[in-house]
Ligand binder design. Sequence first.
Ligand SMILES: Nc1ncnc2c1ncn2[C@@H]1O[C@H](COP(=O)(O)OP(=O)(O)OP(=O)(O)O)[C@@H](O)[C@H]1O
Length: 357
Amino acid sequence: MNWDDTTDESTAPERLVAASADGEDQAVEAALRPKDLGEFIGQEKVREQLDLVLRAARARGATADHVLLSGAPGLGKTTLSMIIAAEMEAPIRITSGPAIQHAGDLAAILSSLQEGEVLFLDEIHRMSRPAEEMLYMAMEDFRVDVIVGKGPGATAIPLELPPFTLVGATTRAGLLPPPLRDRFGFTAHMEFYEPAELQRVIHRSANLLDVEIGAEGAAEIAGRSRGTPRIANRLLRRVRDYAQVKADGIITRDIAQAALKVYEVDARGLDRLDRGVLEALLKLFGGGPVGLSTLAVAVGEERETVEEVAEPFLVREGLLARTPRGRVATPAAWAHLGLTPPRSTTGGSGQQDLFGA
Ligand SMILES: Nc1ncnc2c1ncn2[C@@H]1O[C@H](COP(=O)(O)OP(=O)(O)OP(=O)(O)O)[C@@H](O)[C@H]1O
């Protein structure tokens, strides 16, 4: 089982609230992708800046500058790369860092690009080192040196490339070596979406999927979508199923609530795993501090699952804090689970207070 919420796109997530794409998402997403910047919801600053970059390039009759998109999975990086190509009326080639293991793989792709083509390189931080170094020269001088032969007899044959636009995407901009980061003319950081923006995403998708949904139903789904359009679209599809089977197909607030109860996604977007971690922290350890390993044993999960899958969202939501003494629940966590903190627990800072230590 792989519940990786952050980087590994190769395995299907089994959680409804996972931000990475599963097989069904991939099939449906193509139909739901906004096709131009006007249709792209939210990310106002990124849209405005990108619009300027693309318009200016078009006016000059030039290829657009290389673009780096950073942000969590499911926020729209692939979608934006396709929009860049569409706005530049250019073809697009899509690949990913892990798919490029050798510099030769990259050379083959680069040398077959057409003039002005957009090359979308997802998970660019996972490319191999030699490929990365080849990319530096390709981005800057539109040239690569292809090495022919091995050992002392090896020779470098320079190969001219047509001008192209590289759109790199990464969930971890901090992992990119500065020489690579510096070669992008435009860098955009994508933020999590506000509930009102997700509501618009849901209405748009419902329209495309021919699903009837009220404003309150959309708000209910938006609030549980963890700031991520991909999750919003996935929850919408599951709620649609419920509405079809249990009601007249129309998504109201009551239907959305009842459906998401069945799927165990709570009002804040926490699923069974997230709630299990919080409940253990509160009920078994009085809100902490408790060590990660102990917490993991208590919920019957691997350390890594708790640390990498459940905790990032709990921390982002301000429900859990990682402190040097261990994991600690915040007052918001007690409130969310409807529990009363032990009297002497101030700000969730813990067991020590509780036992007068
Ligand atoms: N701003 C947006 N407006 C409307 N729909 C959006 C928006 N951003 C993303 N989506 C929808 O969310 C889904 C996921 O988007 P996309 O595949 O572009 O995310 P991503 O950031 O590339 O994810 P990953 O990093 O996992 O590849 C798509 O189906 C797309 O339709």
